[in-house]
Design a protein around this ligand. Structure first.
Ligand code: AMP
Length: 226
C-alpha cells in the first residue's frame, strides 16, 4: 500500500460538520446494531454494503444473483460490484450530511477506492474477543420488515421469534450458520484486519471495547467520535 498523504489533525471536523465515519471490525462485533443508533443521532446515512447486497439479492437483480454466490460461502463479493452499489447509494439526498459506513471497506483495494471518492474523518475499530464471535453470529436474528437486530442469548425478543416493534417473524440470515460464519471470520482476518494499520498510519483509527451492553458500547463510540 502507498504511503499516506500527510493529514493535519485540524482537518478532522467537529460534531456540527459533515461526518464520514467507518465502522471496522469482525462480523458479529455489533457494528450493524450500533450503526443504526449512531447514524440517527448524528443525522447521517447508515450505509451497510451487506444490507445493500441483500436488498439486491431480494430484488433478484443481475448484480444480486452474482453477489449471492459469494455471500452464501462467506466470501467477499467482487470489489467492482460492491463499489457500484455503494457509489450509487452515496448520491441519495440522505448522504448530504455525511454517512456511516458499516461493512465497507473490507480489503485494501476497497480502502483505496474509498479514499478516492470521500475523505473519511474517523474509523472506529470494534475490539472483541474472537471466541465470542461465532456464537454471536449463529444466535443473531433480524426483523425482515424493520431491520431490528436481536440475539437469542444477549438480546432476545419479548415474544419468541417475533419482532418487538412490529410483530413480524424474525429471520435467520442464511450466512449466519456455523461453517459460513467461520469462513467470514477467516476472510476478515486475512483481508480486512490489515486495514487497521492502513488507517492507523493515516491517524484516523480509534479502537473501542465492543463487549458489554449496547448502551456501554454506544457511549464508548460517542466518546471516540468527539
Ligand atoms: P455483512 O452484512 O457486512 O456481514 O456482509 C454479509 C456478506 O455480504 C459478506 O459476507 C460478503 O459476502 C458481502 N459483503 C458485504 N460487504 C462487502 C464488501 N464491502 N465487500 C465485499 N463483500 C461484502
Amino acid at each position: 500500500m502507498a504511503e499516506p498523504p500527510h493529514r493535519p489533525s485540524a482537518s478532522v471536523p467537529t460534531g456540527s460538520e459533515r461526518r464520514r465515519i467507518v465502522f471496522l471490525g469482525p462480523p458479529g462485533a455489533g457494528k450493524g446494531t450500533q450503526a443504526v443508533g449512531i447514524a440517527r443521532a448524528h443525522a447521517i446515512a447508515h450505509l451497510s454494503t451487506g444490507d445493500l447486497l441483500r436488498e439486491a439479492v431480494r430484488r433478484r437483480t443481475p448484480l444480486g444473483a452474482e453477489a449471492n454466490r459469494y455471500m452464501n460461502e462467506g466470501q467477499l463479493v467482487p470489489d467492482a460490484l460492491v463499489l457500484r452499489l455503494l457509489q450509487e447509494r452515496m448520491t441519495a439526498p440522505d448522504c448530504r450530511n455525511g454517512f456511516l459506513l458499516d461493512g465497507f471497506p473490507r480489503n485494501a483495494a476497497q480502502a483505496e477506492a474509498l479514499e478516492a471518492i470521500a475523505s473519511i474523518d474517523r474509523v472506529i475499530f470494534f475490539e472483541i474477543p474472537e471466541s465470542v464471535l461465532v456464537e454471536r453470529l449463529t444466535a443473531r436474528r433480524r426483523c425482515p420488515k424493520c431491520g431490528t437486530l436481536y440475539n437469542l442469548v444477549s438480546r432476545p425478543p419479548k415474544r419468541p421469534g417475533r419482532c418487538d416493534l412490529d410483530g413480524e417473524e424474525l429471520a435467520h440470515r442464511p450466512d449466519d450458520n456455523e461453517p459460513t460464519a467461520r469462513a467470514r471470520l477467516r476472510v476478515y482476518l486475512e483481508e480486512t484486519l490489515p486495514l487497521l494499520e492502513y488507517y492507523r498510519r493515516r491517524g484516523l483509527l480509534v479502537g473501542i471495547d465492543a463487549s458489554g451492553s449496547l448502551e456501554a458500547v454506544e457511549a464508548r463510540i460517542e466518546r471516540a467520535l468527539r
